[in-house]
Design a protein around this ligand. Structure first.
Ligand code: MG
Ligand code: MG
Length: 267
């Protein structure tokens, strides 16, 4: 069942989404070789709580951390660990917060200095595909139009693997609401989009094949072929003529450019 949002509710989601993005930006200032993803997780949790919010993911179906931090071949749902980041790694940060009763949920993948050209291409094209999907989040279209746009840009045009097992979703008072928003599908298929629908669009795209497995920790999803995977996520209000992006990468991209340990400028 889809829960349609009022303008007021949508603004509360926007506030939560922007806090998520500021949290990711804060963490981005600290990404460098030699720091652990557990350290980054703890920074994020402190920042979220200092801003009067609660990390959505903590204890969600038993997930034990504030953030999902997925390095290299980890696609999503990565457990923060004491392992240290090194040059050339990519690191996906997926953060959710709940504030004033509404969730925000956004993700961004960073490349540490000396990441390979093919991995930077993967990041750029995955981010591009997110915006191509968002363009379709307009009343009168269907979910499949978003799905098709993402799959077209990543799988058909660039030969990447589109993960099938995990999808985008509605969000609001619950972190995951209807409808599901797959990153693959047919144009003109699926749920009809109407004003008042708020969805998280989140391409999860593999450099190699689409196949994934779940690690022994029960959460971390990895590519079967061990190749890199990228993840970007925005929260979007379905508008009458144009999608309204409730989250923003602006503060994140500024932090990315300002951090000498991160690749930037390849988008
Ligand atoms: Mg997320
Ligand atoms: Mg999500």
């Amino acid at each position: 069942m889809i829960i349609y949002k009022t303008k007021e509710e949508t603004e509360l989601i926007r506030q939560s989404s922007l806090l998520v993005n500021d949290t990711i930006a804060e963490v981005a200032r600290h990404i460098k070789p030699g720091v652990s993803t557990l350290y980054l997780n703890d920074l994020a949790e402190a920042y979220i709580r200092e801003h009067g919010a609660i990390p959505s993911f903590k204890n969600y179906h038993g997930f034990p951390f504030a953030c999902c931090i997925s390095v290299n071949d980890a696609v999503v749902h990565g457990f923060p660990t004491k392992d240290l980041l090194k040059q050339g790694d990519i690191v996906s940060l997926d953060v959710g917060v709940v504030k004033n009763g509404f969730h925000g949920d956004s993700a961004y993948t960073f490349a540490l200095k000396d990441a390979s050209a093919e991995v930077k291409d993967l990041l750029r094209i995955t981010k591009e595909s997110l915006y191509k999907g968002i363009e379709k989040a307009v009343a009168g279209n269907r979910v499949g139009d978003i799905s098709f746009a993402i799959q077209e840009h990543t799988e058909r045009l660039h030969g990447y693997g589109v993960v099938r097992e995990l999808v985008g979703h509605g969000l609001g008072r619950d972190l995951h609401e209807d409808p599901q928003v797959p990153n693959y599908g047919k144009r003109g298929s699926g749920t009809k989009l109407q004003e008042g629908i708020v969805i998280a669009i989140e391409p999860m795209i593999n450099l190699g094949k689409r196949n994934v497995y779940t690690e022994k920790d029960g959460w971390t999803i990895r590519t079967k072929d061990g190749k890199a995977s990228a993840h970007y996520e925005h929260n979007v209000y379905v508008g009458k003529d144009k999608a309204d992006i409730l989250s923003s990468f602006q503060s994140i991209e500024q932090a990315e450019i300002a951090n000498p340990s991160l690749e930037s400028g390849f988008y």
